[in-house]
Design a protein around this ligand. Structure first.
Ligand SMILES: Cc1cc2nc3c(=O)[nH]c(=O)nc-3n(C[C@H](O)[C@H](O)[C@H](O)COP(=O)(O)OP(=O)(O)OC[C@H]3O[C@@H](n4cnc5c(N)ncnc54)[C@H](O)[C@@H]3O)c2cc1C
Length: 240
């Protein structure tokens, strides 16, 4: 599929558009440009999948994510694209199994709007407009859980503020604490971030690569539960 993706007609950018792609959702043709094998990784990596007909692991797979309740429409995961509409139908039908696919909606790249949070926000409140707060994607967190967690935290923090109760922010070792730090520390080129342990402080000890995620997760969970135990949070019984 790589060559057809590279050769296909794409929608070109307008003069006023600067194309800076978010690493987590690159157009598939941009991924294809990166190298021969790039499309065999990320969402296309066939982890745990063997072809029942041959018993072999495929080189790459496309995940179909169900789109409607009836289960009659599917989303091609990771196939965000700037290919022209006709080209999308032509190229994606080259995927084995999709030769006769009917396309209900075609893709177009979306713009992600976010503020330079470290510069304009302080504890999610506009420094220049006290009393106006932001939460979610627009602050520079990225993803469903991250956006919801950011909103939940702001709700709790504002509730505590209104009740004049002290409420410390979640610890930096926790992923929510790390995300909130990401919104607070000025950098040269601020970009949105998904949850990841790179946002939390270094482990401070040597660990094998395969153990690192577990150690980060254990430390995060412990720190978060300690914080939760000490914080006066409405509905805490439910959350813990
Ligand atoms: C194609 C695509 C695929 C994605 N896939 C994933 C994924 O697989 N996993 C994942 O974790 N994340 C994914 N994301 C990211 C995820 O959707 C966002 O991070 C998340 O939805 C942001 O939530 P939010 O509530 O902060 O913002 P939004 O969901 O963008 O909600 C903002 C709301 O505000 C409304 N609004 C805007 N302006 C106004 C206004 N002036 N007045 C009133 N309302 C207004 C909008 O209509 C919208 O409903 C994807 C995003 C896109 C676009």
């Amino acid at each position: 599929l790589r060559q057809p993706l590279l050769d296909a007609d794409k929608v070109s950018s307008r003069d006023f558009e600067k194309e800076v792609h978010f690493e987590g959702s690159m157009p598939i043709e941009t991924l294809a440009e990166r190298g021969e094998e790039t499309l065999a990784f990320g969402p296309f990596k066939p982890v745990g999948l063997t072809d029942p007909r041959t018993g072999e692991r495929p080189f790459a797979v496309v995940q179909l994510r169900v789109e409607n309740q009836a289960g009659t429409a599917y989303n091609l995961v990771g196939c965000q694209t700037k290919l022209k509409y006709g080209e999308q139908e032509r190229v994606f039908r080259m995927i084995p199994g999709l030769e006769n696919a009917q396309f209900e909606r075609l893709g177009s790249v979306h713009r992600n709007t976010f503020v330079n949070a470290p510069r304009v926000l302080k504890d999610l409140e506009f420094s220049a407009r006290p009393g106006v707060y932001l939460a979610g994607q627009i602050t520079g967190v990225e993803g469903y859980v991250e956006s919801a967690a950011c909103g939940l935290w702001l709700g709790l923090a504002l509730g505590a503020k209104l009740a004049k109760e002290p409420l410390a922010p979640p610890p930096p070792e926790s992923v929510l604490g790390g995300l909130l730090n990401h919104l607070a520390v000025e950098v040269k080129n601020f970009q949105p971030s998904n949850a990841n342990f790179g946002l939390t402080p270094a482990l401070g000890k040597r660990a094998k690569k395969r153990d690192r995620k577990r150690l980060f997760a254990e430390r995060a969970r412990e720190a978060f539960m300690r914080w939760l135990g000490s914080a006066e949070i409405p509905g805490k019984k439910i959350t813990s």
